[in-house]
Design a protein around this ligand. Structure first.
Ligand SMILES: [Zn+2]
Length: 334
């Protein structure tokens, strides 16, 4: 019998892991941060950089008898601003160490310019895949307008994939699980079978594997969905009883959830193959055939979905990319 989400939260709390739900200005709603009452006193993710988020974080910490000055360690699960925007302010107040994937340290430290480069990369990718200029540039402005909710983070404890993090009462193992973002890192308490997974796995929404710039700064884009599927397969093998997510409720049957997600991607891949087999199409044309004219803010998301699945078809040798110098189109090889 697996636990209910409520029981899972209770069990996590008994293990000293408390969910704090912090508001964000984004469509996803609140973000889950986790307070780890251990030594060092640790906060896993911070919420976005806003007065409202800070107020609520302070309030929720106070309810457990802590203030932000008491924090000794902040762990960042990945590079998205809804998860890390308050890190600079928290470190200023507390002097806490910041732990995050070492591979992401440069990206996190250079937040402003890196975000700008991220946006330029996205515009270029959108244009190359047939998205109209006005849509690509509108999306760039939207992204810039969100910049203030982020912040730079100086990583003082860079983590390697597989590294053990000792606390007084437990050991967490940091595991790199790229896909949703290139820096996604999950934290595994093997003894208690609790996995702190952030956006790697979310119960009520599928974690969008957004196409991103690789962390090593190279210009080739990531195969976000291919990476994500590989990451999910690794997580599937773990004997987790409770998976704590970055949004929404805990997951108590991660194998069933992952199987469901893998099957969904398989179906979507075949649907996209059918569209490409009809005639060569750009990523944008595939997205339009699937979802029609979506809102501007959804354009990058849907393009990432299409490219991610097309990557799988290219990797299988069923589809190839044809570049006419302006736009990349996918065509069936068979
Ligand atoms: Zn995220």
């Amino acid at each position: 019998m697996s636990l209910t989400p409520e029981q899972a939260l209770e069990q996590a709390a008994l293990a000293g892991i408390h969910r704090l739900r912090i508001p964000t200005p984004f469509a996803v709603g609140r973000v889950n941060c986790y307070l780890l009452e251990d030594e060092p006193l640790t906060l896993i993710d911070t919420g976005p950089n806003s007065g409202k988020a800070l107020d609520e974080l302070q309030g929720q910490l106070a309810r457990r008898g802590h203030s932000i000055d008491d924090l000794e360690l902040v762990i960042l699960t990945h590079q998205h601003i809804d998860h890390l925007g308050l890190v600079e302010i928290l470190v200023e107040h507390s002097g806490a160490d910041v732990a995050a994937l070492g591979l992401a340290a440069e990206r996190l430290a250079g937040f402003g310019e890196e975000a700008e480069r991220e946006d330029e990369f996205a515009v270029e990718l959108m244009l190359r895949n047939g998205i109209p200029q006005e849509v690509a540039h509108a999306l760039q402005s939207v992204s810039r307008s969100f910049r203030g909710w982020g912040a730079r983070a100086e990583v003082t404890r860079p983590l390697e994939d597989g590294q053990a993090m000792p606390f007084r009462d437990r050991t967490l193992q940091a595991l790199h699980r790229p896909g949703h973002s290139p820096s996604d890192t999950v934290f595994w308490d093997e003894e208690r079978r609790i996995l702190i997974a952030a956006d790697h796995l979310i119960a009520h929404i599928s974690s969008n594997p957004l196409i991103a710039r690789p962390l090593d700064g190279s210009q080739r884009r990531t195969q976000a969905l291919a990476n994500y599927i590989e990451s999910m397969r690794k997580t599937r093998e773990m004997p987790a009883e409770i998976v704590l997510s970055g949004h929404g409720e805990p997951i108590t049957d991660h194998v069933a959830l992952i199987d469901d997600r893998l099957a969904k991607h398989e179906r979507r891949k075949e649907k996209i193959y059918t569209l490409i087999a009809e005639r060569p199409r750009s990523g944008y044309e595939v997205a339009q055939a699937l979802w029609g004219n979506v809102a501007v803010t959804q354009a990058y998301l849907t393009l990432s979905e299409v490219i991610g699945h097309a990557d799988l078809l290219v990797n299988e040798g069923r589809v190839r990319e044809v570049d006419d110098g302006e736009v990349v189109r996918y065509e069936a090889t068979g």
